[in-house]
Design a protein around this ligand. Structure first.
Ligand SMILES: O=C(CO)[C@@H](O)[C@H](O)[C@H](O)[C@H](O)COP(=O)(O)O
Ligand SMILES: [Zn+2]
Length: 197
């Protein structure tokens, strides 16, 4: 395969992953948006976490809520738990990397808040512990996963919502996660602030 063939292969794989996801994910994305809207209406906030590319997704999503997505509207309360290096390094150093998100949630999470937990494998131990901490704080969870949902899937209850991308490649799952996050931003704006046409 020459370089351009490789590139084409990535594009086609990504298109196929999104097409397949579009056949199964819409009801779950709708439900997750309604959970988030209800939390925001009730003065709750959204805390987001994940590792690597999913840390980037957490920050991408919280920025779109705090600042804006595609239209003018008031700031919405969201916080990525992946950004404060002093907090992250001290928790990892003194306790364990598995605690970096859960300790923040136990301090900042309030009943009625939402945890957005992002992992392509569903098996990142710090995200699994974040879900446990969120439940302890009476928060509901929106989980963005892939593959078989991993350990995260088995922890979720009736109040939670899993959006599981039907794919196995980390990169393809991440590409669909980003699209899902943009759908959530659009649906949140639409439900809170009405039609923008
Ligand atoms: O972005 C990528 C791969 O595309 C990596 O940084 C990836 O996010 C990291 O390996 C993560 O640690 C994977 O964690 P997870 O998705 O299994 O929870
Ligand atoms: Zn990546």
């Amino acid at each position: 395969m020459d370089f351009q063939e490789r590139i084409l292969h990535h594009f086609n794989d990504s298109i196929d992953a999104k097409t397949y996801a579009s056949e199964v994910l819409p009801p779950f994305i709708e439900a997750a948006s309604q959970m988030m809207v209800q939390a925001l209406i009730n003065d709750g906030k959204i805390l987001a976490c994940g590792n690597g590319g999913s840390a980037g997704d957490s920050q991408h999503f919280s920025a779109e809520l705090l600042n804006r997505f595609e239209r003018e509207r008031p700031s919405l309360p969201a916080l990525a738990l992946t950004t404060d290096t002093s907090t992250l390094t001290s928790i990892a150093n003194d306790y364990s990397y598995n605690d970096v998100f859960s300790k923040q949630i136990r301090a900042l999470g309030q009943p009625g808040d939402i945890l957005l937990a992002i992992s392509t494998s569903g098996n990142s131990a710090n995200v699994v512990q974040a879900i446990q901490a969120a439940h302890d704080r009476e928060m509901s969870v929106v989980a963005l996963t892939g593959r078989d949902g991993g350990n995260m899937a088995s922890l979720l209850g009736q109040e939670d919502c899993e959006i599981r991308v039907p794919a196995t490649s980390t990169a393809r799952i991440q590409e669909v996660h980003l699209l899902v996050l943009h759908c959530l931003c659009d649906l949140i704006d639409h439900q809170l602030f009405g039609n923008d046409e």
